[in-house]
Design a protein around this ligand. Structure first.
Ligand code: PRT
Ligand code: ZN
Length: 293
């Protein structure tokens, strides 16, 4: 039976019901100001303050639901969308659920390179991405589809090697395996249906993206306040990789000023050290809720 397209003006967004991406996605949605009922007990949850409803399902179903227009948007790992070959548009790469799909082989056994896998069996939950990778190589492999606990299969002699998701690498290590090649890099993505949607929904998506971008940028930034000698002002301005010029406030002590500014989190320590060298003191660092350019 074909899936019904969501042709109301309510934006329907799919996310993983219960798994590695759930908490971070819920935090993101709450962080951009969406208010909704208990998502743990309901599959379809209405937002109170945005014309949005959330559909909580298994991550494997999200790409097809978005492709078919049952949902307008979805939060899902790039690995799942690519494996499914879903026809959707990626709106944003989000900085969580980061992992890679890798080929791993038993530590001992002589399968050290991809070429050594010629004629071998490979257990995986990602047969399509595995086939696509080997299609371009003169290496003939036989994929064996396994839905879970793939890492145990070489020990059981079910397969010679595996292709599986790796994050820290601990699971591979615990099972006597080592990574020999990464075939796909993944992170969570916000995807949109390619089915036509109403103008009202298009406008809602624009607002939604503005909030997400503001939230993402805020997460990557910190608000800092400090006192500094007035005569170090120009040197401090050069140190701060500020979005806009910093706010400078005079202090009761006329030789001193207060400086307020926003800096990217990855430059944080470097900037702090240089500021200290220039005589900055009383440095206060605050998280930012959101940033709108
Ligand atoms: O029930 P449902 O189908 O919704 O969930 P699921 O069990 O299929 O998926 P889930 O919740 O495990 O993962 C959801 C998504 O998280 C994946 O599709 C990836 O995009 C992303 N992700 C990020 C990961 C990992 N990191 C990860 N480490 N998915 C799975 N793993 C597993 C991997 O399969 C292996 O068993 O963790 C193990 C390896 O981890 P390390 O840290 O030991 O290397
Ligand atoms: Zn799944």
């Amino acid at each position: 039976m074909p899936n019904p397209v969501n042709d109301t003006d309510t934006l329907r967004i799919a996310l993983q019901k219960s798994g590695r991406l759930t908490d971070k996605t819920i935090q993101l949605l709450e962080g951009i100001g969406l208010k909704f009922d208990d998502y743990k007990r309901n599959l379809l949850v209405k937002c109170h303050n945005f014309d949005v409803e959330l559909l909580l399902i298994r991550d494997d179903d999200i790409p097809e639901y978005v492709q078919d227009g049952v949902c307008d948007l979805g939060f899902v790992g790039a690995n799942v969308t690519a494996e499914r070959g879903a026809d959707v548009t990626v709106l944003r790469n989000l900085d969580y659920g980061i992992c890679r799909l890798s080929i791993a082989t038993p530590k001992s056994g002589g399968l050290d390179t991809v070429e050594d896998l010629d004629g071998k069996t490979i257990a995986t939950s990602y047969p399509s991405l595995t086939r696509q990778y080997f299609e371009n190589l003169p290496v003939d492999i036989e994929p064996i589809y396994i839905s879970g606990a793939v890492e145990i299969t070489p020990r059981l002699d079910v397969a010679d090697a595996i292709v599986d998701i790796v994050s820290t690498g601990n699971t591979l290590k615990a099972n006597g395996l080592r990574e020999i090649e990464t075939i796909f890099e993944s992170e969570t993505q916000l995807i949109q249906t390619n089915k036509s949607i109403s103008q009202a929904k298009i406008e809602l998506i624009e607002k939604f993206l503005l909030r997400i971008d503001g939230h993402q940028q805020a997460e990557r930034s910190r608000y800092i306040m400090m006192n500094a000698p007035k005569d170090s002002m120009e040197r401090i301005k050069d140190i701060i990789p500020s979005l806009n010029s910093p706010t400078v406030v005079p202090l009761a002590n006329e030789d001193m000023i207060a400086i307020h500014t926003v800096i990217p989190i990855d430059e944080f320590w470097q900037v702090m050290e240089k500021l200290k060298e220039e005589g900055a003191s009383g440095i206060v660092v605050l998280p930012i809720e959101s940033m709108i350019a």
